[in-house]
Design a protein around this ligand. Structure first.
Ligand code: UD1
Length: 365
């Protein structure tokens, strides 16, 4: 049957597909969820289905981990089988992970239309696998739905036809507003023994920060310094835990009494942690946006961002990767120097409605 195959593969995809699927159901648009299995641990995948109220996937490709080529190729082979058997009219991909580019490529070659939700973001850092995925996916897409106006500008500058581009706003913020009431009921603060409003929340998983011994050692020193001033909470991504273990950094952090290392948190518990933190330190893309919507200060431990609107309009600050710069920014925020908040246009919880309206207009399934 003609339908939209909605692709989700990795943790940051689940909060983007949930509002779209909910709205499709409401408006009677035929959508089926395909989980590629790029992320497969309970706390990287299953808990998000529960927290975001996503139904069981209609298909599970179970690709698991591997090098970029292996993972991308596995998704392509299995998604091609899905397409040949199920004949979707459209493939909708979100974000910038390997599953995003893999499914777009398969669909484009089979003549199935591709829609990229969260199109147009650019870090202009070609060493990031996500930047390669973004650019290639956008090039393959028939319909490009952007989260902010800078996305439209980037796409137009790259020669994308204006009629393919639609500014819909940030769909991840739909999930955030939907889950905020439930996050206020979370007992994560009691479970971790921390006081709301009185800790620094950190997340780190980018290869550039967590794959090398030198960068992990520097991060260890930074965390020790910050923990001497404030309680630190650090949910560990599997990649980060594995590398910290192999470079002997994990045991040093475990000894630190003012630093709580936890498993990756579910969506609702994590929202409870981020929305009631003093500030956030991260290298995640999504968290730069969530903190802007929440009005929580965010220090981004990267040299660039594909989400500049979180700096120009939100609460985000790029602090790079040098120890001195990171610490001086952290001390400033601890000292009460807080950025002014302004939520960007169309980060209003209604992005999914706009996406589905566009689909209703664009195609006859
Ligand atoms: C991926 C995305 C990144 C996104 C991140 C969020 C790409 C290129 N990268 O990076 O954009 O910000 O997800 O988490 O798609 N692992 C587990 N359990 C899991 C998933 C992964 O143990 O459920 C391990 C893998 O075995 C691997 C490591 O974590 O060793 C990295 O996983 P992978 O999906 O390859 O990339 P991420 O670093 O998570």
């Amino acid at each position: 049957m003609s339908h939209i195959a909605v692709i989700a593969g990795a943790r940051p995809n689940f909060m983007k597909v949930a509002p779209f699927l909910r709205e499709c159901k409401k408006q009677g648009l035929p959508a089926r969820l395909v989980h590629t299995g790029q992320h497969y641990d309970k706390n990287m995948s299953d808990v998000f289905f529960r927290d975001l109220e996503i139904d069981e996937p209609d298909a599970h490709l179970e690709v698991g981990s591997g090098s970029h080529a292996v993972q991308t190729a596995q998704v392509m082979m299995k998604f091609e089988d899905y397409c040949l058997a199920q004949k979707p009219a459209w493939t909708l991909v979100v974000g910038d992970v390997n599953s995003t580019v893999a499914c777009s490529l398969v669909a484009a070659k089979l003549g199935i239309k591709v829609c990229h939700l969260e199109a147009g973001l650019r870090s202009r850092d070609w060493s990031m696998p996500e930047e390669v995925n973004r650019v290639v996916t956008d090039r393959l897409s028939d319909l490009l739905l952007t989260p902010s106006r800078d996305g439209d500008e980037n796409l137009l500058a790259e020669g994308v036809a204006p009629e393919k581009i639609h500014f819909v706003g940030n769909i991840m913020i739909d999930s955030l507003y939907h889950a905020l009431p439930a996050s206020r009921e979370s007992i994560i603060h009691e479970q971790l023994g921390i006081e709301p409003g009185n800790y620094v929340l950190m997340t780190l998983h980018r290869p550039s920060n967590v794959d090398g011994e030198a960068s992990l050692t520097r991060l260890n020193e930074i965390i020790h310094e910050i923990a001497s001033q404030a309680q630190v909470v650090l949910p560990l991504h599997p990649r980060t835990r594995k590398n910290m273990e192999s470079f002997g950094v994990l045991s040093k952090l475990e000894e630190l009494s003012n630093c709580i290392l936890t498993e990756p948190a579910g969506y609702i518990d994590f929202l409870a942690l981020s929305s009631r933190s003093k500030f956030v330190m991260t290298d995640s893309g999504g968290l730069q946006e969530e903190t802007t919507a929440l009005g929580i200060p965010c220090l981004t431990l990267r040299e660039n961002t594909e989400r500049p609107i979180t700096i120009t309009e939100g609460t985000n600050r790029l602090v790079g990767t040098s120890k001195e710069k990171i610490l001086s920014a952290a001390y400033e925020v601890l000292g009460g120097n807080l950025p002014q908040k302004k939520c960007p246009e169309f980060w209003d919880g209604k992005a999914a409605e706009r996406c589905v309206e566009i689909f209703q207009r664009e195609r006859a399934l």
